[in-house]
Ligand binder design. Structure first.
Ligand code: 3PG
Length: 211
């Protein structure tokens, strides 16, 4: 039995190869960033709940870029899930998962992509009916080797590795059959976002088109 959240999230990610993990300092940064990211096919946005502006930024981007897939990241608990659903997030990603978060997701229309780093965490997710996870922190948790090992016992499980992914190692991750897309902030460095260095971000985002 696969919980509908995993199916919905998988469908959303069908044409996505990169999930851009973004920290939006103020609402003014939201639309210029969205414009750059939505210009390249195959990129979804994960707006992290690490700034005050995050939920309003999700709402604004959804309204202005309806074609772009926009979700919320750093969704740690039930309250956050309710807030991002209300803001119009199309998916919610968490770095890990708790029984409370799984329970909250049952009552939410916003599909959850729970975070896992170990076999036991995958088994817990499977017991809640999920088979599509964020693998975090990917590089510190063994990266490509760990994902290859997961493919044995968890042959039907799919992942979005995130954490330490770069333009250089992304192709290896994407070549694995259990990887749907890679996540990362390498194309939206927080200093460049804060200083509104749009040309630098545009150049980094352009490289994602090669993935
Ligand atoms: C996340 O929250 O998914 C990570 O902070 C992204 O990791 P990265 O900055 O190493 O890409």
């Amino acid at each position: 039995m696969v919980f509908s959240d995993s199916q919905s999230a998988m469908t959303l990610m069908a044409d996505i190869s990169v999930v851009a993990v973004i920290e939006i300092p103020t609402l003014e940064h939201a639309l210029p960033l969205a414009e750059i990211l939505s210009a390249v096919d195959g990129i979804a946005l994960e707006v992290t709940l690490r700034t005050e502006a995050a939920c309003e930024a999700i709402r604004l981007i959804r309204k202005n870029y309806p074609q772009t897939i926009v979700g919320a990241g750093t969704v740690l608990g039930a309250n956050e899930l309710i807030k991002v659903e209300d803001a119009g997030a199309q998916f919610a990603i968490s770095p890990g998962a708790t029984p409370a978060l799984y329970e909250a997701a049952r009552n939410s229309r916003c599909p959850l992509i729970p975070g896992v780093a170990t076999a036991s965490e995958i088994m817990l997710g499977l017991s809640h009916g999920y088979d599509f996870f964020k693998f975090f922190p990917a590089e510190s948790a063994g990266g490509v080797k760990t994902l290859r090992s997961f493919a044995g016992p968890f042959s039907s499980v799919k992942f979005i590795p995130t954490g330490g992914v770069t333009l250089d190692n992304a192709p290896t991750y994407l070549s694995l059959h259990n990887v749907v897309a890679v996540g990362g902030s390498w194309m939206v460095p927080s200093e460049a976002v804060k200083s509104a260095d749009w040309p630098q971000i545009q150049a980094l985002v352009q490289h994602c088109a090669t993935l």
